[in-house]
Design a protein around this ligand. Sequence first.
Ligand code: NAD
Length: 494
Amino acid sequence: MPTVSHWINGQDVPTDAGTRLGDIMNPATGRVAGQVALASRATVESAIASAAEAFPAWRDTSLSRRTAILFNFRELLNARKQELAEIITAEHGKVVSDALGEVARGQEVVEFACGIAHQLKGGHTQNASTKIDVHSLRQPVGVSAIISPFNFPAMVPMWFFPVAIATGNAVVLKPSEKDPSAANWIAELWKEAGLPDGVFNVVHGDKEAVDTILDSPEVASVSFVGSTPIAKYVYENGTATGKRVQALGGAKNHMMVLPDADLDLAADAAVNAGYGAAGERCMAISVVVAVESIADELVGKIAERTRTLRIGDGTTEPDMGPLVTEAHRDKVAGYIDAGEESGATLVLDGREHEHSEGFFLNPTLFDHVTPEMSIYTEEIFGPVLAVVRVPGYDEGIELINANPYGNGTAIFTNDGGAARRYENEIEVGMIGINVPIPVPVGYYSFGGWKNSLFGDTHAYGEEGVHFFTRGKVVTSRWLDPSHGGLNLGFPTND
Ligand code: NAD
C-alpha cells in the first residue's frame, strides 16, 4: 500500500517507524487505498527551514528566469493534466471531467503568474519635489505557507503558489490529509520545470502541522482555505504572531430566481451548481431562493432534472461521485434527517440509493425550507439543495444579507435593472448574473465577505500579488549643492 510522504528541499522524506500515519480512502469503494505521513513539529520546522534557506537566492533570481520556470510549469501541467485529474478522482471521488475542470481553473492562475513582470512594475515620479524623484517597488514577503482543504486538492493550492513563487517567495504547502497525493505530483512537476529545491515544499499533516506553521517566526504569510471555525482560528493565531493572513472560510451560497427568469436555465443551473462534485464546492449553490409565484414550477423542473442524474464511481464518468469520507457522508445524511424532522418538504431523498459500498448519497431536494432550520443555517457541504420561498425581491435580499456567510451568490432574471440592483445591494463577495458558480477568472481575485473570509485580501489576481509582496517607496535626490543647508522642519514638497 503506498505511503504519501512529505516533499522537502526537492525530495521525498522517507517515513520511519516513529512516523504518525493517516489512512487515504477510496471514496468510491470505501476501502483504504494508501497512507499519508502526518508531520511532527520537527518535520514542519525542517520544511520551513528549507524554504527560508532557498528564499534569498530565489528572491534575487531575475524576473525573466523566474518567469521561464513558470512557463515550463504551465506547459508540463497542460500536457499532463489528465494524470493529475485521475489522482484527484482516486482520493476525492469527484468525476474525472470535473477534476480536469479544477485543474484548468488552477492553470488559469499559473497563466496569470506567467505575466508577473507586468504586475511587479512599480510607479515612478520624476521631480516630485524639485530634483527629487520617487519610485515604488514590491518585494516578496519570504516564507509563504498555504493550508488547503480536501475539496480542491489541486485548484485551491494553485490559487496561491503560482503567485507566491512568481513574486519570489518560497512556499510550504500543507494540503488536506484526506487527498494528499496531488500536492506531491505538483511538487515533482515544479522540479521538472526547473524550480530550485526548497522553493516549493509539501508537508502533510493535521492540527500539529498547522499549529507549527502558525507559531513559526520564520513564516511570513499564511493563505488558508477551509471551514469557517478553522479559518477564524488560523487568522487569529497567525496574525497574533505577526504574519499576514488570508483565511477563506465556509459558505452558504444562495441563488435567487425572479419570476421573469428563464426557469429552464435556472433549473439547469441549480442542479449543476447544487449537485456537481456532490455539493462539495465552496461555490456550490446550497439554497435556491424562489419567488413564490414561480416556486412550484421551478421546484418541479429541478426535481425532474435531478431524477435523471447518474451517481457512481468518478472514474466511470457519471454525473456525480461519492462524498469524501464515511464520516462526512454520515454527517450530510444527518442533516437530511434533521431537515425532515424540522418539517421541510423532502422532494427527493438522497438517503435512498443502491450503492452498497463507498460513501454515496443521492441528490436531496428540500422545499419549503425556513431560515431557522439547521439545513438552512449550517453549511452542509453535500448534495443537498434547499428551496426557500420568498414573496418577492426585497425579502430575498433581506434573507441573503442576514446570512452570516458571503462567499458567492447568483441571481437569475431577464431584468437588467433588477440584476444591477442586486449586485449593488447584496453583501456577498462573488456574484453571478445568470451564472451559478461565479468563480472569478485568474486575473480578477477570489474571495467572499463576512464569515467566508478573514483578512482583507482575496486570492490570486492583483490582490494575490499584493498579498505576497511588501511595498517600498524610495525618495531620491542626487547631490546638488543648491539643496544643502539645515532645515529641521517636516519635509514638504516645492
Ligand atoms: P477543514 O477546515 O476541515 O480543513 C482545512 C485545512 O485545515 C486542512 O488542511 C486541515 O488539515 C486543516 N485543519 C483541520 N482541522 C484543523 C484544526 N483543528 N486545527 C488546525 N488545522 C486544521 O476544511 P475541509 O473539510 O478540508 O474543507 C471543506 C471546507 O472548506 C468547507 O467549509 C468549504 O466551504 C471550505 N472551502 C472554502 C473555500 C472558499 O473559497 N471560501 C474553498 C474551498 C473550500
